[in-house]
Design a protein around this ligand. Structure first.
Ligand code: SAH
Ligand code: SF4
Length: 374
């Protein structure tokens, strides 16, 4: 079996080249061809010696993910469904805004955390993605969109690890993928523009802070342990006081001086004024008194039938946001994007195992032709 070079960050690529008897700058050239130019064919890599290209053909390949489908929403959002084998698929979503282009990337097929309000959680865990499969989502999206625009300009400026899966439960694949995103010879994204979202895997938050600090979003969803135990089962292992202490430790390394708390607004469950008051008491104090410098992102729940939950009414969301803001906590309400293609957060690859339904749903939508990137 030959090696997929998408699995490597630059250091691993250098080690690989060294094993082939090649200097580090060859690894840099190779890395730039793959990630900056979107090349998969060694013959295209014109500044590599012919002998090296032949050597590479014998022991390596650059293989992205197979896109099962691509759908574009009226608001410019693009969603890809990628086949990862064994009947599993993962989703990647591109969200264009005036001043940035954000890609939402998956880290696992399914998820073992099993949050009540999350359709991925309801599917259970299938498997971890490899580093190559994580970075392939960016590789594919960046180069397909760039080619389509035709101006050679970079398209994706921000990455959020908010697709399917819990990134911190796939740490060993996550870190090389993050490093490739950050590398100047890769995608050159700034640490502030790469966000890992976690349901609160405390020990791995510490490791991420030490190994590869990027912006951190923490899925809070509840202001007390009783409720959070129920909504985010991982809370039974890492309760709120441990989670918040880990947030404070993370901030010592983080590229930003705040944590983003995500809070999915569930009608009658966690959206009452009392919950906002508890949140303010929990995090709104000075860090020295147990608080956490933070911003809140309130996410209107995207309902799906098996959840048995409802989206909070707009008035409840507004009132909740006002209570937090009045207490001095910067609070935003996430716009739902790509609603017409089910690309809104938490809807990712709704029924991955049930391809027929995915296809049925998608058949109703506008489909763009998928072009090969080379
Ligand atoms: N596993 C990580 C990252 C993926 S989920 C995490 O949980 O943080 C990304 C965000 O979408 C999380 O904040 C998650 O709580 C939220 N989310 C999941 N299901 C949702 C739904 N049905 N409606 C709205 N937000 C949802
Ligand atoms: Fe997993 Fe995140 Fe969904 Fe929870 S919200 S089940 S951690 S993907």
């Amino acid at each position: 079996m030959t090696t997929n070079l998408l699995d490597f960050d630059l250091d691993a690529m250098a080690a690989f080249c060294e094993r082939l008897g090649e200097k580090r700058f060859r690894a840099t050239q190779l890395f730039r061809w793959i990630h900056q130019r979107g090349a998969a064919d060694f013959d295209q890599m014109s500044d590599l010696a012919k002998s090296l290209r032949e050597k590479l053909k014998g022991c390596a390949h650059v293989t992205g993910l197979q896109a099962i489908s691509e759908h574009a929403s009226a608001d410019g959002t693009v969603k890809w469904l990628f086949d990862v084998g064994g009947g599993n698929a993962v989703e990647t979503v591109f969200i264009p805004e005036d001043d940035r282009g954000t890609l939402c990337i998956s880290s696992q097929a399914g998820c073992a955390v099993g949050c009540r309000f999350c359709s991925t959680g309801h599917q259970g865990f299938s498997r971890n993605l490899t580093a190559g499969e994580i970075i392939a989502q960016l590789w594919h999206a960046e180069h397909v969109l760039r080619q389509r625009r035709g101006d050679g300009e970079r398209v994706i400026s921000n990455v959020v690890m908010m697709g399917m899966g819990e990134p911190l439960q796939n740490y060993s694949a996550l870190v090389p993928a993050l490093r490739t995103m950050l590398d100047d010879h890769g995608y050159g994204l700034s640490r502030r523009r790469v966000t890992v979202s976690t349901s609160g895997v405390v020990p791995m938050m510490d490791r991420l802070g030490a190994d590869c600090p990027v912006a951190l979003a923490v899925s809070l969803h509840a202001p007390n342990d009783d409720l959070r135990d129920n909504l985010v089962p991982l809370n039974r292992k890492y309760p709120l006081h441990e989670l918040l202490a880990a947030c404070r430790r993370y901030l010592e390394h983080a590229p930003r001086d705040f944590i983003t708390f995500e809070y999915c607004m569930l009608d009658g469950v966690n959206d009452q004024p009392e919950h906002a008051r508890q949140l303010i008491a929990l995090v709104g104090r000075k860090a020295a008194d147990g608080g956490v410098p933070c911003k809140f992102n309130l996410i209107p729940f995207n309902p799906f039938p098996a959840s048995g939950l409802r989206r909070s009414p707009a008035a409840a969301v507004t009132a909740f946001a006002k209570l937090l803001s009045d207490a001095g906590i910067v609070t935003t309400v996430r716009k739902t994007r790509g609603d017409d293609i089910d690309a809104a957060c938490g809807q990712l690859a709704g029924d991955v195992k049930d391809r027929t339904r995915v296809h049925e749903r998608m058949a109703k939508l506008r489909v763009i032709e998928i072009k090969p990137i080379n």
